[in-house]
Design a protein around this ligand. Structure first.
Ligand code: AN0
Ligand code: CP
Length: 320
């Protein structure tokens, strides 16, 4: 595997899930693979799970992780090409990338959407520079439009907890006080469309996800109707993807607290499990009652981030 952004990069999902369960059962069995190998984990944005699970996955494979927080540990980096660098950015990505990749074998990047310029974000302008100037396999640790390590961990969790062959999985938008990226719902939709599940998306009008990710998944604007009979409820806030109205890209269109997932929503499901990628704002996205219930999978889901990351790194090391 040369890069990890899309579900297509992992190939057959059944084989990937089988490998994930093997890695989870025996995490140290491939320790020889990473010997004398280094992964650079570069963070332009905050993280708890991604930074820790990626380091854990690398250590399980016998690989050395180096973590760099851009702008805190490093110089502030300019990411736009062709600008006069007379501001507070001391170094350009054009130099920083090949320098960083000269010290490692694999590189993971967290670089959120700026939510100002749709074309800049949806072209994955920052990630693309890492591919172009880095020359090493790149993992998206949530870039402008995708969060594949999260979606893979979500799929592993659904595989572990499903009570029927083809469960109903509902992605529901939920309110949040700030504008958030679309990377998590984009990847979740992309992966659920590829998986053997009945997938339904629900959100207020105007929040339609980019068709490149949502595909042909049915959109039900009535949240309660969408949740009926669900086996898994996956909550997430996202800002306006700008599909129907590009001028509203990145904006908060609704803060309707009726969308907060609470006991009344869960009551119409098929005793559904609750999922969220975390970090989550309690009593905005989900009520205390629902996230604290035994049917909440948020912790096993986060634990599976180390598993998905390890499968991805393992495959990359195997193809170096
Ligand atoms: C980020 C997001 O919504 O993309 C990271 C989620 C994994 N969340 C926040 O910034 C709160
Ligand atoms: N779910 C997730 O990616 O969490 P962090 O932002 O804490 O890494």
């Amino acid at each position: 595997m040369k890069s990890f952004f899309h579900v297509s990069d992992i190939g057959d999902l059944g084989a990937a899930l089988e490998e994930a369960l093997q890695v989870k059962a025996n995490p140290f069995a491939w320790k020889h693979l990473g010997q004398d190998k280094t992964i650079m984990l570069v963070f332009f944005n905050s993280s708890l799970r991604t930074r820790l699970s990626s380091q854990k996955a690398a250590l399980n494979l016998g690989m050395n992780p180096i973590v760099l927080n851009i702008g805190q540990d490093s110089w502030k980096l300019e990411t736009e090409l062709g600008v006069v660098m007379d501001g507070d950015k001391s170094e350009h990505l054009r130099e920083a990338i090949p320098v960083m990749t000269s010290y490692c074998d694999l590189i993971g990047i967290r670089s959120f959407a700026g939510l100002k310029d749709r074309e800049y974000d949806y072209n994955e302008t920052v990630l693309r520079q890492f591919i172009e100037y880095g020359g090493k396999p790149v993992i998206s640790l949530e870039s402008a439009t995708v969060h594949p390590c999260q979606a893979f961990a979500d799929l592993i969790t659904i595989e572990e907890y499903r009570k029927k062959k083809r469960p109903k999985v509902v992605l529901t938008w939920a309110p949040h006080p700030r504008a958030l990226p679309q990377a998590v719902p984009n990847s979740f939709a992309e992966w659920m469309n590829a998986a053997d599940v009945e997938f339904v998306i629900t959100h207020p009008r105007g929040y339609e996800l980019d068709p490149a990710f949502a595909g042909k998944a049915p959109v039900e604007y009535d949240q309660m109707k969408a949740l009926e009979g669900a086996d898994f409820v996956y909550a997430k806030n996202w800002s306006c993807p700008g599909v129907t109205d590009p001028s509203r890209y990145g904006q908060v269109l609704s803060q309707d607290m009726a969308w907060t997932v609470d006991a009344k929503h869960m009551a119409v499901t098929n005793d559904a499990y609750f999922m969220h990628c975390l970090p989550v704002r309690r009593n905005m996205i989900v009520s205390d009652e629902v996230i604290d219930a035994p049917t909440s999978l948020v912790i096993p889901e986060a634990a599976n981030r180390a598993v998905s990351a390890q499968v991805v790194m393992k495959r990359m090391l195997e193809s170096l």
